[in-house]
Design a protein around this ligand. Sequence first.
Ligand code: GLN
Length: 535
Amino acid sequence: MKYIFVTGGVLSSLGKGIAAASIGRILESYGYRIFMKKLDPYINVDPGTMSPFQHGEVYVTDDGAETDLDLGHYYRFTNTPLSQANNATTGCIYESVLKKERRGDYLGKTVQVIPHITNEIKARIDDIGSADPDIMIVEIGGTVGDIESLPFLEAIRQMKLDKGRDNTLYIHLTFIPYVKAAAELKTKPTQHSVSELRSIGIQPDILMCRTEMSLNDELKSKISLFCNVEKEAVIEAIDVENIYECPLVYFQQGIGDQIIEKLHLKKNKSDLMKSWKPVVDIAKMKKEKAVDIGVVGKYVDLRDAYKSIIESFNHAAIANKCDVRLHWLEAHDLDNKNYRESLKGLHGILVPGGFGERGIEGKIRAAMYARENKIPYFGICLGMQIATIEFARHVLGLEGAHSTEFDPQTPYPVIDFIPEQRTITEKGGTMRLGAYPCHLDKKGKAFQAYGKEEISERHRHRYEFNNDYMKAFTDKGALISGINKENELVEVLEITDHPWFVGVQFHPEFKSKPTEPHPLFRDFIKAALKNYPAR
Ligand code: GLN
């Protein structure tokens, strides 16, 4: 196995995840099997218990791991296997070292960062589960210079010795700021970041330079000289209109061939222009139609909290060859007086997943508005529970119906704990997590979208539809169109007398790609397009 290590310098938010994923995509286009891994320097064991305001979305894998949102990029750009093995944090590394220490595995030795923590990091990097990749791409979270990332950098430095120089490659993503007053691009921060890396023994082989403006020849020569990197290996990572262009932009500068040469791999022919470019062309094409979709949520100021949803809409836009304009509505602000005005003119409404009570009534109003005005509605996880509560209150007349998450005393607990959840007190990793099968009813819109009866989707929630109310719901025009057959859990709820009203207990957004748009997002946008152009 060959190893590529991706580090970041100067500042955060440079798009290291997208850069790593783009490299993955490029290498796959040569016919190589890749495995992508994210190492995060924070002390949380996983991001599952972190607030979306802090960390953005929690991305869930089939095997139920709650992981960093960069794994979502990996999924959307590449075919890397994805499981628990793709993400490790300082927290989980210390957790396992401490367990070994308590068990006496270290035979009385003093347990230290070097070698015990670094060995554990190296073991994590080499953990490929049952996969058999040719190339491992490891992205190190954080920025070079952070105290927390030092053990990770030390571990990847050692890996060059362990695995051999022909088998390891270091890529550093850095930033070239444009200073307006001087009308110049500045290379000094990059020089500093590379010298910091070199001081811990890592010489980058390739530099990817984020920049607003094209780097001219002279600048590239300067960066090459001061950073001790070949000039061809100074890759310009210029701002692009659409993130899916990134693999093309890097590929055209020869990054693929360079990696292959430096790692002494066989230079097969790349099919990137055939397999990836057509999708990017559609994404960038000028569209005739546009739909306006309202997203009614709680974390709307922080778009990272809805990363996969936003991307799923981008993929649905590709599938429908239209623009999707997202309107972010803070649920808490939708009160009885203004909600009609705020929602007027939308072609579709989506209520995404969420936790906690704030904004719940606003979301219920949004679902009511969509149901009554026959506007396409897509409810995801909490959004499906919201549609259930709304239907119970306003169609079944069950006043005060609620989820016991928000009102434990409700007279009509239409959404309730599953029995196994009742006794759990720990928060981390204790929800219904990961992939579960679901059987679709041929009468439903969900079946229409997927075109098959058996599907599998990923979950992350504690509460469920309360089956005591199943008959009352279906008697009044709801359709339970998706069910987990093993334990009779309701997975999809629809309203029949409506153009498109679908609530799903799972998270379809985790499984959409630009090359394979998710069927539910695709059909939701298709239904919304039927209302175009009226606003
Ligand atoms: N809070 C709800 C639950 O735990 C929904 C979770 C979600 O939307 N991911 O069931």
